[in-house]
Design a protein around this ligand. Sequence first.
Ligand code: IVH
Length: 695
Amino acid sequence: MATVDLFAPPHSPAERAARLRAELDAHAHRYYVLDQPTIPDIEYDRLFRELQDIETAHPELLTADSPTQRVGGKPLDQFASVRHRVPMLSIRTETDTEPTGARNFDTRVRKELTLAASDPPVEYVGELKFDGLAMSLRYENGVLVQAATRGDGEVGEDVTQNIRTIKQIPLRLPAGFPFLVEVRGEVYLSRADFEALNEKQREKIAQGAKGEKTFVNPRNAAAGGVRQLDPAIAAERRLSFFAYGLGEITPPADGGPKFETHFQLLMTLKSWGFPVAVQTTRLQGATELIAFHQAMGEQRDRLPYDIDGVVYKVNSLALQQKMGFVTREPRWAVAHKYPAQEQLTMVLGIDVQVGRTGKLTPVAKLAPVFVGGVTVTNATLHNEDEARRKDVRVGDTVIVRRAGDVIPEVVSVLLDKRQPDAQIFTMPRHCPVCGSDAVREDGEADYRCTGGLFCAAQRKEAILHFAHRRAVEIEGLGDKLVEQLVEANVIRTLPDLYKLGLSSLASLDRMAEKSAKNLLEALERSRQTTLPRFVFGLGIRHVGEATAKALAHHFGKLDAVMDATEAQLLEVNDVGPIVAQSIRTFFEQSHNREVVEQLRACGVTWEEGEPAVVAFRPLSGKTFVITGTLPNLSRDGAKDQIEAAGGKVAGSVSKKTDYVVAGAEAGSKLVKAQALGIAVIDESALLALLDLPSG
Ligand code: IVH
């Protein structure tokens, strides 16, 4: 790269263009390689446009290595063949994913070099094995002139136009470059860019675009991008690059860079502006190879791109030369793999499982597949929205991923393998275990079974909750015991608790007669309870202890709670629409009512009271906004009165506002209320609503 003084005033368009190119290259390197941009995107765009304008006005100033020329070429009919002067080799793969894989390599290297056990450890370089495709970048006189795929190692394809669109790849090298050099490395797609690409593809497919498809993994998407005949499409793929070696090299007349080790070579590539993975490390002997394999394995899931292993290379170039090759593989390098984290399999069915809390989870049943080190037969689809987003159907071929200890997941569906009659999955509206309604509340992702006490899937939780110290309190009825009782099918519903006898208890494991007697006594004591404890014990979703107390106090009698309308429930202190809805849903299930009746029949009793005298709350459920100055009431005064009458006062006008109370000099809130067609009232109308005399 010619040295240019960025701060000197421009003299001629040629000088300005050269300065802009240098500046844009430096910014692109900071942005794409170092991940440390120093100017905002908009400033980069401005400089870029300035250069474009100069080049349009003075076409003779245009150079092949100008950053404006990354996407310049026309679509091709086909790729030209490129013969590699230095063949592109592959690496021997160690498929033993255990530490022995690393040890075997070190043993082979030492044998090859006829080292004795007493000789010092061999120095290696540990690199990541990127999951993309190999590329050879040819620079002549420091300018990128050709990019070629590996092909069969001897002959690849000329994909220069597409590779020029990769902003991490320098179009020219800085001063000190060799006369000719081939930089070799891996073109890949980051996980984020892969997700974004597939998201775009899904949108296109949804809009009916023909011939579009989603990609199976980042490597396939990268390979497809590299082999696009139209460079404009390749540019959209946002490909990335890591350098890991050299091909042909001819030093300049004055000597040029000298390397004795592979590590020096990589650091030189880095200084020329190529991305070299920061994990690249010098390692001594087998012990450090093993530690590197292990450490990268732990980092693997957190990397922004896929790797399928690590690569070990003998560091000394002299030793590499000494060792040479077997067929197409160097003896001085090996790829040490990790277990594959993704596999293809078939969806045999979609089950809906009911969790302890009634949550319904769709689960894909899979043809057994070995992935991430275990055999997987189930993969969660999480919830309705996720299942719909992924659109997994029975009979589909899917990619299953199991990374680390994370539960297996369906990554995506291979749409081209879908059977034409495959049915869209819909969440059931009834609990698959007990048949109760399954409901999804506003703002929630999950469907829940409303069966509560009645649902076998929720039975244990329901019983433990009922027996809780702060509910009806059944001393000694703990986790283990409930589990046994439910598993042995001795208890199916709450009322069964009160049908327990000495004989059924004594038949349980580890149940001494003394404990059985104690439990029966505790059950006996629990029959006499209180209404708040009983209501809390029913385990209605969103009804905690405080709400149970408020309900009991407000209604006095259980039947009144059970029959209350939503509006009546809303009158209870601190009961909002979500809680009211949940109580209604619970008591609308006839089996929940039956459970209550049976408990009563079993002798569970409490004292009932009279409904609390509720203050007159004419404004309950109504929302007000106050604007301007009212003639008599202060803002706070009006607010207190509205709230005392059960209304709410909000700060801003929305569709949910029922009334806007406007006084003198009312401002934008009044305008908005009128725009939304919300009732606007004055102070006297408010007092009328409150049923207070005005004036
Ligand atoms: S070195 C002389 N280093 O793995 C050895 N290859 O068969 C030449 N790969 O096609 C390759 N990461 O595309 C090397 N750090 C790395 C690599 C790497 C990924 C790919 C490469 C090649 C294949 C090996």
